[in-house]
Design a protein around this ligand. Structure first.
Ligand SMILES: NC(=O)c1ccc[n+]([C@@H]2O[C@H](COP(=O)([O-])OP(=O)(O)OC[C@H]3O[C@@H](n4cnc5c(N)ncnc54)[C@H](OP(=O)(O)O)[C@@H]3O)[C@@H](O)[C@H]2O)c1
Length: 241
């Protein structure tokens, strides 16, 4: 892991799914930490009192909206792929798997590819908000779990490809946070503000995986010392500069 810290002060940051939940808290935390400009990727009209926030119409499954967003963004230091969907399912309907992959995997993929020239130029950072379910599925949200596991694998390969080009790629292996996404679940959840603080602490420290809440944090030590993590590092060496 590269331990050199990054400073959010003066940075240009884009957050997808910025109108509510964790994404909205990430916008607020970026502002608190002195970001110069925060692009809020949203699917519906969105205004913010801070002039440093610029709204971008951005459904991450819509290639034309992504293209138009790229045209509006002059420079970018940190891309936070936060937009996501989660529906209950039991894998009996292939269309539900596809719905999850469209947003949680391909939406993230397409955003990265579209903004990569700007991130290569800034030697910037890509942060993908995944889930602790990337590591082990929760069967009642099986398709969601598939999409987050696939997105972790993509994140790991992108990390290897882009490290040699000076771009940092991080995964957030989020546990329960109090948002609309898990509104009906009666489990301990942390507030979005706390999640956002911990996520930005992890971004600043360039942690490859960020565990922003107590439940996911309980996995962190095991993950960083795991044979899976060791194999990821070994396999990353197959990418040459
Ligand atoms: N909450 C948790 O406990 C938890 C745990 C692990 C991981 N996560 C991850 O954290 C991220 C944020 O989740 P959240 O809990 O904040 O959920 P949320 O409150 O349901 O918010 C989801 C956000 O994603 C946006 N979104 C959905 N589909 C989109 C699309 N096609 N294009 C652009 N934006 C889209 C939504 O926009 P609209 O308002 O327009 O629908 C909304 O802003 C997700 O990736 C989620 O998987 C959350």
């Amino acid at each position: 892991m590269n331990n050199q810290k990054i400073d959010i002060t003066g940075k240009v940051i884009l957050v997808t799914g910025a109108n509510r939940g964790i994404g909205n808290a990430l916008v607020e935390e970026a502002l608190k930490r002195g970001a110069k400009l925060v692009y809020a990727g949203v699917r519906r009209p969105f205004t913010h009192p801070d002039p440093r926030v610029m709204s971008l119409t951005l459904d991450v499954t819509n290639p034309e909206q992504i293209r138009q967003a790229v045209e509006k963004v002059e420079s970018l230091d940190i891309l936070i792929n936060n937009a996501g969907v989660a529906y209950y399912d039991d894998l009996s309907d292939r269309a539900v798997i596809e719905q999850h992959l469209a947003v949680n995997l391909f939406g993230t993929h397409d955003m990265i590819q579209a903004f990569l020239p700007l991130l290569l130029h800034s030697r910037g950072t890509i942060v993908n908000n995944l889930s602790m379910l990337s590591l082990a599925p929760l069967p009642p949200i099986a398709s969601y779990s598939i999409s987050k596991a696939a997105a972790l694998s993509m994140t790991q390969s992108m990390r290897a490809y882009l490290a040699v080009k000076g771009v940092t790629v991080q995964a957030i292996l989020t546990g329960p946070v109090d948002t609309d996404m898990n509104r009906g679940l009666d489990i301990p959840k942390i507030p979005t503000e706390v999640a956002a603080q911990n996520i930005f602490d992890g971004i600043e420290l360039k942690q490859e995986e960020i565990f922003p809440d107590p439940l996911s944090k309980s996995l962190a030590e095991g993950w960083f010392n795991s044979s899976s993590k060791a194999l990821e590092r070994q396999n990353a060496a197959s990418v040459s500069a």
